[in-house]
Design a protein around this ligand. Sequence first.
Ligand SMILES: Cc1cc2nc3c(=O)[nH]c(=O)nc-3n(C[C@H](O)[C@H](O)[C@H](O)COP(=O)(O)OP(=O)(O)OC[C@H]3O[C@@H](n4cnc5c(N)ncnc54)[C@H](O)[C@@H]3O)c2cc1C
Length: 425
Amino acid sequence: MKQVKVIGAGLAGCECAFQLAERGVKVKLYEMKPKVMSPAHKSENFAELVCSNTFKSESLNFASGLLKQELAKMGSLIIDCAKQTKIPAGDVLAVDRDKFSSLVTDKIKNHSNIEIIHEEVDKIDSGEVTIIATGPLTSKKLTDALKGYVGEYLYFYDALAPIVDVEKIDKSKIFVEDRYGSGESYINCSLTEEEYKIFWQELVNAERVELKDFEKNFEGCLPVEVMAKRGYDVLRFGPMKPEGFKKQKPFAVLQLRKENVKGNLYNLVGCQTNLTYKEQKRVFSLIPALKNVDFVRYGAMHRNSFINAPKLMKNTLNLKSNENIFFAGQLSGVEGYVESIASGLLCAYYVLQYLNGEKIKPLSINTALGALANYLISASETNFQPMHINWGLLAPIEAKKENRREEMAKRALNEIKEINNTWKL
Ligand SMILES: Cc1cc2nc3c(=O)[nH]c(=O)nc-3n(C[C@H](O)[C@H](O)[C@H](O)COP(=O)(O)OP(=O)(O)OC[C@H]3O[C@@H](n4cnc5c(N)ncnc54)[C@H](O)[C@@H]3O)c2cc1C
């Protein structure tokens, strides 16, 4: 019987474990929660979404839309669970985070080929086939143990936005409409010029949590106060832009996106922040609609670690120095929820070939999945940064500019169809 160890029951680890288990591999899945919790994880469930509850657009106009379609076609557990727990958000795939994680947890816990071990892994047995999917907040003990294999980690900082309860939102200061008419799933908090000015002034002067080396190192979600410091109008041209609405034309708009099916919790879109909790309450309550609102979660900022993939990894997601050790998810150098799921699925695809003693065939860069993995090994070693999927990573195509994305998507999905001849159950 083939057997592997998967460490981390996050997005990548669950996807990888499920795909291998479905194909008859015995999986020992290690998860440190709930005994040990990272600074961002709060729930006991697997596949916890630590920040936004969205998997971006489903449209094939976007590379992320293509990646999701490829994943769906290859039978992704996580994308299937996301679709089953979807909440309205225009053409964006947004989920009820609790229902989503519960569903993934049930599927994993009830799989006869998966044994779950609630334990913080603090060493690696290089003789066993092991998939390390412990994410950007890999525990300190494992980080130290892994240094023998991967040397020093690279990192940036990432931030969470606050979530509020809808009950005390002032309904007279909002309107419900999606930008550019794609539906009615966002609550928009209007600000006049005077209100925006006060909000901006207080935001840029508010007290922040002290973070050494932060300013020069983060690349991910830019905290709203850092964005605001770049200029008076930066937010009005960014997350608070008053454009794309028919119902009102305010000076600035803060959008709130639904967090759960019940519809009582809303995320402050684009307001990832590193302000102290007290200051978050004070400053965001200056938005007129949020004057009396209850905050159910405050924003926060965390270190986001990853390995130097181009230096250390093969194009099949295992280490050059030890082929038994595979990496999946954010720790492997991809960036984002969907990308982490994708690398989990891809890792399972490669691990299966490895276990079968086959020479692993990497997916081509005509597909978004293959292009993402190719980025990991072809990017610069000296200045490696995690990457979201984007069209520039895929092989170019000869087609008229206006048809290019459509043609690339068609080519990718055709190739996935061929791969599915051997992969799909
Ligand atoms: C604060 C923050 C906010 C983010 N926000 C977003 C966002 O809004 N949108 C987005 O697309 N991406 C976001 N990301 C980036 C990234 O997409 C997510 O972190 C994603 O969850 C990564 O998936 P993963 O499977 O690699 O890791 P995770 O989903 O974090 O899963 C890793 C799992 O491993 C477990 N683990 C860790 N160490 C050990 C150990 N030693 N032993 C056993 N188990 C262990 C953890 O408890 C966790 O359950 C964010 C990252 C951070 C840090």
